[in-house]
Design a binder for this molecule. Structure first.
Ligand code: UDX
Length: 436
């Protein structure tokens, strides 16, 4: 099959490279000339484990091409995927569809023969209808069908998520388009994933409802963690105990600093707004948003309390800046709330992140960026673990103890065992776990 992907950002690039790896002929299009130039040399602009290799392999096999020229690639395609960004519109939380609609217009002007246009970007319910309307206005003779095929991949494990998804959701009403989507995903659903066909609006809502549900699950366990601290229970035990109930499930029950990233904050806000506009508010999601924001605003307070009530003149050694491990993404990262608040309270923050330092610099200019974990901790009054990169799990604790000026550890991801930390002489503060 010939697939053209418009937008070579996160979703577009991962999807395009994976479809090519399954043997489809894929053209990835982006208006950013420098990005396309780099991709043609197999230089991948984002950090995602395995993506470099995947791009390189399929580029040299000739199954994957990169170009700024939309029209020729659309003309030849059986399926065109729109995978451009849908940022939050400034001033309100709605998804900005400017890029999606512009792509739709350009595709409509270029397509030839029956073409399935697939929305992969996260778009509000009804956006598929708008895309179809715009395309038919632009090119009344076009033979096309618009499908919604939301993407559920997670940063850091995007390739595995794409190749081994729990399900593939396709919202489409046209039988020819359904057949094309079946052919596109055949390499996947034959062995692994159920292909769920539904109507377009339901597919669009499935994406938002999934993300909002997961964000709710995280927020729920975070509040239970706070309660655990008060009543002397252990949130990890509680999460294990409830997660073994199949109806609840064990995943997304790790208490922490609150969810961040490019999807959950944006998508929960967009869903809450859409629901309000339709006069059917999802109050539980509105609450999740507010609770999560308050949690992030309170992070510095946790650190300050652990440091005996003041961080003025103290140095805080921060491990991890990205919103989660295996990514360099700083979007809505808890660090963006924690670091300025600590600085405002008089602290100096020295930080190390294996990948996100460059991204962090412009947001957090006053941080002292270290070249490795131990350097960040050298002379610090406290260790604060914010992102659970694997390499922080097995630190040489005796060395850390020597480097720290005071033996305070604030573990915002619960990666360390209290007993071990105490054995090394640390005063240890986890999330939702009884104090020693
Ligand atoms: C998410 C969805 O998982 C994915 O399906 C969707 O397509 C995009 O949004 P992503 O943002 O890449 O993916 O990361 P994810 O691993 O889901 O984590 C999101 C946030 O929740 C992170 O800030 C993470 O630290 C936090 N989280 C996750 C927790 O605090 N606890 C958990 O148990 C799980």
């Amino acid at each position: 099959m010939r697939v053209t992907v418009i937008g070579s950002g996160y979703v577009g690039l991962v999807s395009g490279a994976c479809f090519a790896d399954f043997g489809h002929q894929v053209a990835c299009i982006d208006s950013d000339e420098r990005k396309i130039e780099a991709l043609n040399k197999a230089i991948v602009p984002i950090y995602e484990p395995g993506l470099d290799e995947l791009v390189e392999r399929n580029l040299s096999a000739g199954r994957l091409t990169f170009s700024t020229e939309l029209a020729p690639a659309v003309r030849e395609a059986d399926v065109v995927m729109i995978a451009v960004g849908t940022p939050s519109r400034r001033g309100n939380g709605h998804a900005d569809l400017t890029f999606v609609m512009e792509a739709a217009r350009q595709i409509a002007g270029a397509l030839e023969g029956f073409t399935v246009v697939v929305n992969k970007s996260t778009v509000p319910v009804g956006a598929g209808d708008d895309v179809e309307r715009v395309m038919r206005e632009t090119n009344p003779d076009a033979d096309l069908a618009v499908a919604s095929n939301p993407e559920f991949l997670r940063e850091g494990s995007a390739i595995d998520d794409f190749k081994r998804p729990d399900r593939i959701v396709v919202g489409v009403e046209d039988p020819r388009a359904r057949a094309a989507m079946e052919a596109l995903y055949r390499p996947l659903y034959l062995n692994v994933a159920p292909l769920v066909f539904t109507d377009r609006r339901s597919a669009e809502l499935i994406k938002y409802a999934s993300n909002a549900f997961l964000a709710t699950k995280i927020t729920f366990i975070n509040e239970i963690a706070d309660l655990c601290e008060k009543v002397g229970a252990n949130v990890q035990e509680v999460a294990r105990g409830i997660g073994l109930d199949n109806r609840i499930g064990p995943k997304f029950l790790h208490a922490g600093p609150g969810f961040g990233g490019s999807c959950f904050p944006k998508d929960t806000r967009a869903l809450a707004l859409t629901a309000q506009e339709y006069g059917s508010p999802v109050r539980i999601v509105e609450t999740v948003i507010a609770v999560n924001e308050a949690r992030r605003d309170a992070l510095a307070g946790r650190v300050i309390a652990a440091c005996g009530g003041s961080v003025a003149g103290k140095r805080i050694g921060l491990l991890g800046l990205a919103f989660k491990p295996n990514t360099d993404d700083m979007r809505e990262a808890p660090a963006l709330a924690l670091v300025p608040a600590l600085e405002a309270a008089g602290a100096v923050v020295s930080a190390y992140d294996p990948e996100a330092t460059e991204q962090a610099r412009s947001h957090l200019p006053n941080v002292i960026y270290a070249g490795h974990a131990y350097e960040a901790l050298d002379g610090a009054h406290a260790l604060v673990l914010l992102t659970e990169w694997d390499q922080f799990r097995a630190l040489d604790l005796a060395r850390v103890r020597q480097l720290l000026r005071e033996p305070i550890v604030v573990d915002l991801r619960n990666v360390y065992a209290r007993e071990e930390m105490q054995r090394h002489g640390f005063v240890y503060h986890g999330i939702g776990r009884p104090r020693g």
